[in-house]
Write a protein that binds this ligand. Structure first.
Ligand code: 5AD
Ligand code: SF4
Length: 595
């Protein structure tokens, strides 16, 4: 309740700040639009307006998001009507202006872009597929490592040149920076990259139609980067950027409270907040009815999901159901009450039994046995877990503030493999974190050798301002050492994955076909339940009526695996199937939910 109030209050404050900016800029606009008053009388009127405001203070309308300020102010002195160019909601309409999206970073950014596109489409914008055709270019940014940021600075330079070259006949090109870099680098973006017209942080996308209109009308930059305590975009149905894809994303929560010492995410994305279960289930139903075959539930800390929307304030104390995996702890106070991730997963799985359900990105601490049992009991919840370890050394894990030891992590892996014997595991690792010695690094390699992962995301540490590591430690592992350690991690990962993938040879796997292989039009690619890429030849198979038809995107195909390497499996397609058909006999004898 308090969080919601604070969120609303923050948004009101943000509106106030923006409105004042617009008022301050109204001088520029009066010069442009008003032809009925002299500049001296105009100055007096503006001064009077300001004095009135200063005397009586801001009214309620100052705090309301959509301005409904009068378009006319009468002047006693001059008795003249003055045109004050306030923007009205109807001015927020894009009137067919073409938007082009450039998306960097994680899947959350892709899904956020779909939210942004839903908002803009509703407000009269059109989408285009080439930057050259665009009136508005939206760069959705990532700030997690310096490399990601440099790429975007480089791109902004290019866009700046494009803006300069644009012919006056086409009207100005608006460049918009969204996402994680927006909050972090707003001053630099405004001062150095003077071509940026709109800057919007991850929680202010609903404000975009107004920000675009403000910047267009006043020819000034417009910015809103305030983070919210309650914005989840639960009321915006994202419009998919690739409507033909058999896979889709659904954001279920935003933000992160973990504060790992190396990570910028809590600062760019803010506090954790979850969408109500009902709104998620509804979105999954719509995707299911539109023929989507696989949904990935998204969140910065996805399995820390907790729907507090239906909890009466007086009962939260009784439902203390924080279930952190044994041996794990958090930097924040234990959270109580609400509907947790296992319940959400169960409801989503039951809503769409013919659709695969995946989720990312989780934190190991939130893999309670309750969650693992739901994954086990529903054939459509993929047996594939991301388990970011980051390091295999206790001292490094402590400096990283990950909240677990090597031993606790390994015990969790054992628990997971005992409940989900064929699970596919993936992980994130960072090498060269502040103070990491050769001995400490070797513990990461031995952990990777011991666990063996199907997929791994391996990074050299990149110091980020504002993080705890930035304040507390020195980025003292030389770049050449980081690079060398990264290569050693890649080698160990590949050896483990090669061995694991060999075990699939000869097995029958259910593959969801996602499209043509990049290398050849004569091959298709899909993924198995464990999220490993599988390449199959493009061919025809008999359908349920016995008629042959070509395999296509969105088909579930039972495939015999015939070859493998550390990256992909290769297979021979056998027959069309569905999740329910394929798993029916596997789930039949067990005391588990039948779909
Ligand atoms: N440097 C390198 N890698 C990082 N990650 C997060 N912050 C940093 C950083 N400062 C990695 C972590 C995380 C993944 C999304 O990115 O491994 O799990
Ligand atoms: Fe960053 Fe840690 Fe949160 Fe992941 S859990 S987003 S690494 S702070």
């Amino acid at each position: 309740m308090k969080a919601q109030w604070l969120g609303r209050h923050l948004r009101a404050t943000q509106t106030f700040v923006l409105q004042r900016t617009v008022i301050a800029r109204s001088d520029v606009c009066c010069r442009k639009f008003s032809t009925t008053v002299s500049s001296s009388s105009k100055a007096k009127i503006l001064e009077k307006t300001f004095l009135e405001k200063a005397t009586y203070g801001p009214g309620l309308h100052e705090f309301i998001n959509v301005k409904r300020a009068p378009t006319h102010i009468s002047s006693e002195e001059t008795n003249e009507e003055i045109q004050v160019p306030y923007l009205l909601p109807e001015n927020y309409n894009g009137q067919g202006r073409k938007v082009f999206f450039e998306v960097y970073g994680c899947q959350m950014n892709t899904n956020d872009t779909e939210v942004v596109w839903a908002i803009l489409e509703k407000n009269g914008y059109e989408r285009c597929h080439e930057a050259q055709q665009a009136d508005v270019i939206m760069v959705v940014t990532c700030a997690i490592r310096d490399g990601a940021e440099q790429k975007i600075w480089h791109r902004l330079k290019h866009l700046h040149a494009m803006k300069e070259r644009r012919s006056a006949r086409r009207g100005p090109l608006q460049i918009t920076v969204l996402g994680c870099m927006a909050e972090r680098l707003k001053e630099r973006l405004l001062e150095r990259e003077r071509s940026v017209d709109v800057i919007a942080g991850p929680d202010s996308y609903k404000d975009l139609p107004r920000l675009l209109a403000v910047s267009r009308h006043y020819q000034q930059s417009a910015i809103n980067v305030l983070l919210s305590l309650d914005e989840t975009y639960a009321d915006v149905m994202p419009v998919r950027l690739n409507a033909d894809s058999p896979t889709a994303f659904v954001s279920i929560m935003r933000g992160c409270d973990n504060m790992c010492s190396y990570c910028i995410v809590p600062f760019t994305r803010g506090r954790e907040r979850s969408r109500p279960i009902d709104s998620i289930v509804k979105e999954v139903q719509i995707l299911r009815d539109n023929g989507v075959k696989e949904v990935t539930l998204l969140g910065q800390n996805v399995n820390s999901y907790r729907d507090l929307s239906n909890i009466p304030s007086n009962v939260t104390e009784q439902i203390t159901n924080s279930k952190v995996a044994p041996g794990f702890h958090t930097v924040y106070k234990t959270k109580v009450g609400g509907m947790r991730f296992d319940e959400l997963l169960r409801q989503v799985a039951e809503t769409a039994p013919d659709m695969r359900i995946r989720f990312t990105s989780p934190h190991p601490k939130d893999f309670s046995e309750d969650v693992l049992r739901v994954i086990r009991d529903y054939p459509n919840v993929c047996k594939n877990l991301h388990l970011p370890a980051q390091s295999g050394n206790d001292a490094v894990l402590e400096r990283m503030r990950r909240g677990y030891s090597r031993d606790a992590y390994l015990r969790l892996v054992d628990t997971i493999r005992s409940i989900l014997p064929n699970v596919g595991l993936s992980s994130d690792f960072i090498c060269g974190f502040c103070g990491e010695t050769e001995e400490e690094f070797k513990d990461t390699l031995t952990l990777m050798e011991h666990v063996r992962y199907n997929v791994a995301f391996l990074f050299a540490y990149s110091m980020r301002e504002r993080t705890t590591a930035h304040r507390r430690y020195k980025d003292d592992v030389p770049m050449n050492v980081k690079t060398e350690r990264l290569q050693r991690m890649v080698k160990v990962f590949r050896e483990g994955a090669t061995d694991l993938h060999k075990l699939y040879e000869g097995r029958e796997e259910l593959i969801l076909i996602e499209g043509k292989s990049k290398r050849s039009d004569e091959y298709l690619f899909g993924r198995n339940d464990a999220n490993i890429k599988v390449i199959i030849p493009l061919m025809a198979l008999p359908d349920e009526m016995g008629m042959k038809r070509e395999i296509t995107t969105g088909d579930f195909i039972v495939t015999r695996i015939s070859g493998s390497n550390s990256q992909v499996l290769k297979g021979t397609p056998l027959y069309f199937s569905s999740i329910r058909q394929f798993y029916s006999h596997r789930y039949e004898d067990k005391n588990v939910t039948k779909l």
